[in-house]
Write a protein that binds this ligand. Structure first.
Ligand SMILES: [Ca+2]
Ligand SMILES: [Ca+2]
Length: 160
């Protein structure tokens, strides 16, 4: 059956930290009244969509109305995530365009986080008899469990 509310594309890919993409809704014929389609995000921690309601009428039914999907950044090494933009049934006082199912949009959010440990600074100079300095270890992403690093010295010239 011919889809009367057309979504294009129905799948797109965006990347952390803030990549975005668009999809467009059009109608297969001129409606007699405004047609509204609400967009719902089950996983707003993965992506956002704007606007969250698409309105089509006699002026824009053919050119369509566009929604923008934007990736939501996190600091977790989580790989590609799927962020669905679910569409509610269409609402209109035009009976031809009321209560129609509209295809959902599958958004793939690509990850930009990598697991690594950084040390800063990586060299220092200290003096006898009791000079000292500090260095900082940090992770480039949020770990799923505590991370421990053993420190040792290569000779007996200092303590850590
Ligand atoms: Ca990230
Ligand atoms: Ca991530």
């Amino acid at each position: 059956m011919l889809e009367r509310v057309v979504v294009d594309p129905v799948a797109l890919t965006v990347s952390e930290p803030s990549g975005s993409g668009t999809f467009t809704l059009t109608l297969s014929s001129q409606p007699a009244a405004i047609v509204s389609v609400s967009l719902v995000l089950p996983t707003p921690e993965q992506c956002t969509v704007s606007p969250n309601q698409i309105l089509l009428d006699a002026d824009n039914w053919e050119t369509g109305a566009t929604a923008t999907v934007t990736a939501v950044d996190d600091s977790i090494v989580d790989g590609p995530q799927t962020c669905w933009v679910n569409t509610d049934k269409s609402v209109s006082t035009d009976p031809n365009y009321n209560g129609l199912s509209v295809r959902d949009v599958k958004v793939t959010v690509l990850d930009d986080d990598v697991p690594a440990i950084t040390v800063s600074p990586t060299s220092t100079t200290i003096a006898e008899p009791a000079g000292s300095d500090t260095f900082l270890l940090s992770l480039t992403s949020q770990p799923n469990a505590p991370v421990s690093v053993l420190l040792s010295v290569s000779n007996n010239q200092c303590n850590v």
